[in-house]
Design a protein around this ligand. Structure first.
Ligand code: KG4
Ligand code: ZN
Length: 328
């Protein structure tokens, strides 16, 4: 089966062709047009600007994905599109393009939840997954612990009450005067630093699997007048440690309580080297997406679309900015 994946939830326009045969995935192409340089001017994503850029990029990106994979549209079996959650104006572009192509090419359309797609980035490695499994999804908009009692079943057991982990990286980086997106910048600096400031580990001891990162952001803001005392690398390492400690500790506790057999990591923040290392050390049976499948990409959307059971009537498919990952 050949799946065209389309991703436009936030600020990456992406299209991919993924083949799924005999229970194995092969990524034939995965084109990503990033808007990061555009959003650096404003220090964050302006939704209207993001949507305009998606409109410009979507058809060339899909065309490049077909070209790169040496696949013709006739060889496609389905079209999978991330239709939520995300920025509504950005989601519209991918969703309406997918519907138009589905109508024109007479190919079935499969709307995919963007968070499920992040989890599915782990399926692309073709490694066996034993259930129950659990996934920590850490991105710019979400921090969620999702339990998978069996394949294709999802239960949200914890999430952030305010800022997402990626958002915390981005906002604290801004306080440090680093460019957008701050996650990779903090990560690069932290690799050369040592923990020097004892920032709070919010909700570390709370009796649930929820997170809260806005207090950490405020703590960094209060410490800002003292930044001169430390190197940038040491400040970055102190922030990174505070975020990662909570992520690792809560995932460990959830994995124990639910006696899971596989732990997965997903989302843009899973590109963080230190987080990847700590997860590898903490769990026996661990899956972490390849670097190119951590931040938003369409290969993960195609992978999730290959699993989703039913094609939708294209006239009923709608972008849904608040689509929660729920049991099917
Ligand atoms: O999954 P993603 O591409 O988009 C959303 O769905 O939100 O995640 C983007 C987030 C940003 O907040 C970015 O700063 C963060 O992932 N990120 C990182 C790293 N690379 C990307 N955070 C920490 N360390 C990194 N190496
Ligand atoms: Zn994402």
């Amino acid at each position: 089966m050949n799946v065209l994946g389309i991703e436009t939830s936030c600020d990456e326009t992406s299209a991919a062709i993924v083949s799924y045969k005999d229970n194995r995935f092969s990524v034939l192409s995965n084109i990503i047009s990033s808007q990061i340089p555009i959003h650096q001017a404003t220090g964050g994503v302006v939704p209207e600007v993001a949507a305009r850029e998606h409109v410009k990029a979507i058809l060339p990106v899909i065309n490049a994905a077909l070209w790169d994979s040496q696949t013709e549209w006739k060889d496609l079996d389905r079209i999978a599109v991330a239709s939520g959650p995300g920025l509504i104006t950005s989601l519209f572009v991918g969703t309406e393009t997918a519907k138009t192509l589905s109508y024109l090419w007479k190919k079935p359309i499969y709307p995919v939840n963007h968070m499920e797609a992040h989890i599915a980035a782990n399926f692309l490695s073709n490694k066996p997954i034993k259930y129950p499994a659990l996934c920590l999804i850490v991105s710019g908009g979400h921090t969620e612990i999702v339990l998978m009692p069996q394949k294709g079943k999802y239960k949200l057991i914890g999430q952030t009450r305010d800022d997402a982990a990626g958002e915390c990286f981005d906002k604290t980086a801004k306080i440090m005067g680093l460019p957008y997106p701050g996650g990779p910048e903090i990560s690069k600096l932290a690799a050369k630093g040592k923990a020097a400031i004892d920032f709070p580990r919010p909700m570390l001891d709370s009796d649930n699997y929820d997170f809260s990162f806005s207090g950490l952001k405020t703590a960094v803001l209060y410490e800002e007048p003292n930044f001169k005392k430390y190197s940038k690398a040491d400040i970055a390492k102190s922030i990174e440690d505070a975020i990662i400690d909570v992520l690792v500790d809560k995932t460990k506790r959830a994995a124990e309580e639910y006696k899971v057999k596989t732990v997965m990591l997903a989302g843009g923040v899973s590109a963080n080297k230190s987080l990847r290392e700590k997860f590898r050390k903490s769990f026996k049976n661990i899956l972490i997406p390849g670097m190119e499948f951590t931040t938003d990409n369409a290969a993960m959307v195609a992978a999730a679309g290959a699993f989703t059971g039913k094609a939708n009537n294209l006239f009923k498919v709608q972008a849904d900015p608040n689509w929660e990952i729920t049991p099917r």
